[in-house]
Design a protein around this ligand. Structure first.
Ligand SMILES: [Zn+2]
Length: 151
């Protein structure tokens, strides 16, 4: 499974994440889904982003929350353009790009994650993650790193 993004869009996301530093920024990823004959997802092609506000008030440098109304708005935006809601991006200020325990707790089926690591206000790295079912606890999902291609 591979997640792709045009270079221009990736650069825009890096700028948004740097502008938001030292706070976590977040938003939705929209685009096209490709599936194999057996129905399994092969590619998520990100074509649009939908930035939203991080409404976390406890520790917005380390956590993010999204207003559920923004989720509805992002879904409507995708529907209007006949594309799909593919996932969520967020930044990790002064942290590497990895799925934290909080990230895993909010993991939703088929929703990918792009995590932008910004260190000292400079772009460090970005990785893509897809939800996977936990073998030991079938009710829970966790993020596993997946292939990520900048076009
Ligand atoms: Zn995170």
């Amino acid at each position: 499974m591979v997640v792709t993004i045009p270079n221009e869009l990736n650069q825009r996301l890096i700028k948004i994440c740097k502008d938001g530093f030292p706070y976590e920024v977040c938003g939705y990823l929209l685009g096209e889904v490709d599936r194999a004959a057996d129905g399994l997802i092969t590619t998520y092609s990100i074509t649009e982003i939908f930035p939203v506000k991080n409404i976390n008030e406890v520790n917005p440098k380390r956590m993010f929350n999204i207003n559920p109304l923004d989720f509805v708005k992002a879904e409507e935006a995708a529907k209007k353009k006949s594309i799909s809601l593919l996932g969520v991006y967020h930044s990790h200020p002064d942290e590497d790009s990895y799925a934290s325990s909080t990230d895993n707790a909010y993991c939703q089926i088929d929703m990918c994650a792009l995590i932008y690591s910004i260190k000292q206000n400079k772009f460090n790295e970005v990785k893509a993650f897809m939800p996977k079912i936990d073998k030991n606890n079938k009710d829970s999902l966790f993020f596993e790193e997946t292939k990520f291609k900048i076009l």
